[in-house]
Ligand binder design. Structure first.
Ligand SMILES: [Zn+2]
Length: 257
């Protein structure tokens, strides 16, 4: 059994064949999916999905790209949403200095506000980090909150070790299956499986052999296979341990999954 710890199934990309997407996930033994909000609107849709499907869980939050478009009272809205059943994390939140769709100052402000919210609610955070590792670490240290995961990790081995030292998990996406991802492959080889989650980030970043196509939760198995190959361990072990890690971090209820 596998868990896709990061997907965006509320996106329009799934409007035409959502039941089939879930069916294929089930056939591939993906037993649960953590769906992740990126804005107020998407967080509401995510909570609605979780209420509809027993094996879908919700994270709510404002993505760094969306920081500038956020209503003033967004923290109140998120707080209200966090009370709904099956909301298990705040995310995805973080900093993205590659695209800079919002200015770094706005991004930093939104990230810190949401880390504080997560701390107040005692919910883990799903962190988006692109070319902003040190600023992320600074804000986490200032907030003194170290519960969560660096989603879709693409940093260096030193950064991965730093994240683990602070108490975070790292989540491996389909990027690890790409031929040129030698640094990430090294990270997977070096770091303990006990600190890893797996994810699709669907609809983005489909792993090989589906690279370039729309991603979906069933494809998380390809990422797990690559981890097994890199670490020279059975696929079953990757499935078992990453599932345990995900349940432990997000406290997914065993009555659901
Ligand atoms: Zn994402």
């Amino acid at each position: 059994m596998f868990i896709d710890s990061h997907a965006h199934l509320e996106f329009d990309e799934y409007a035409a064949d959502f039941p089939q997407v879930l069916e294929r996930a089930k056939s591939a033994q993906v037993e649960a999916i953590l769906n992740i909000g990126t804005s107020v609107e998407h967080s509401k849709k995510t909570v609605a999905l979780a209420s509809q499907y027993p094996h879908i869980f919700a994270a709510i939050g404002i993505h760094p790209h969306d920081g500038k478009d956020t209503p003033d009272h967004y923290l109140d809205i998120l707080k209200e949403l966090a009370r709904k059943p099956k909301v298990v994390a705040i995310g995805e939140i973080g900093l993205d200095y590659f695209y800079k769709h919002s200015t770094p100052d706005i991004q930093k402000q939104r990230f810190e506000e949401q880390v504080c919210l997560a701390k107040e609610l005692n919910l883990p955070i799903s962190i988006h980090c692109r070319e902003a590792f040190q600023n992320i670490i600074d804000i986490l240290n200032r907030s003194q909150y170290f519960k969560g995961v660096f989603h879709c990790f693409t940093g260096s081995l030193a950064e991965a070790k730093k994240a683990l030292d602070m108490g975070f998990y790292i989540s491996i996406s389909g990027i690890v299956t790409f031929k040129k991802s030698t640094v990430l492959q090294e990270v997977v080889k070096e770091l303990p499986l006990e600190k890893m989650l797996i994810e699709t980030d669907a609809p983005f970043l489909a792993p090989e052999p589906n690279r370039g196509k729309r991603n979906e939760p069933a494809f998380v198995v390809q990422t797990a296979k690559k981890i097994a190959e890199l670490k020279h361990i059975p696929l079953e072990e990757v499935a078992k341990v990453t599932t345990q890690n995900t349940k432990k971090l997000f406290g997914l209820l065993s009555s659901y999954v």
